[in-house]
Design a protein around this ligand. Structure first.
Ligand SMILES: [Zn+2]
Length: 118
């Protein structure tokens, strides 16, 4: 990948990273190694309690999806900086360009991704 494209990708990923960090800060806060999501308080009827649980679980799911994306972005930004972006972190072969286009934060080639998934 040419340097100009890498720089652009770095900018896009940095923006996305900031956006994710902001969203996470809205959901809750990090306490030690844990991410603490405050339990919503709507009231004390059973409907309200059920809604509190549902919303809390939804926030938790959102939070873990954002955390996964964030860690992929951080790793990708690191590899751009190190200059090994686009190389499979498992077998060191170049990752297929269509895969990188579809998943700019892919860290492994299709073969290695399949090996992990199976
Ligand atoms: Zn590989």
């Amino acid at each position: 990948m040419i340097e100009k494209e890498l720089k652009k990708l770095g900018e896009i990923l940095t923006e996305r990273k900031e956006h994710i960090e902001k969203s996470l800060a809205e959901i809750g806060h990090r306490k030690g190694g844990e991410f603490d999501i405050p339990f919503p308080e709507y009231g004390s009827t059973s409907d309200e309690n059920a809604m509190e649980v549902a919303d809390w679980e939804r926030l938790k799911a959102t939070e873990s999806a954002l955390e996964i994306e964030l860690s992929q972005i951080v790793k990708t930004l690191e590899s751009i900086q190190k200059g090994d972006y686009g190389l499979c972190q498992n077998c060191q072969k170049p990752i297929e360009p269509p895969r990188l286009n579809a998943f700019p934060t892919a860290l492994t080639c299709i073969n290695c991704a399949k090996a992990v998934a199976s």
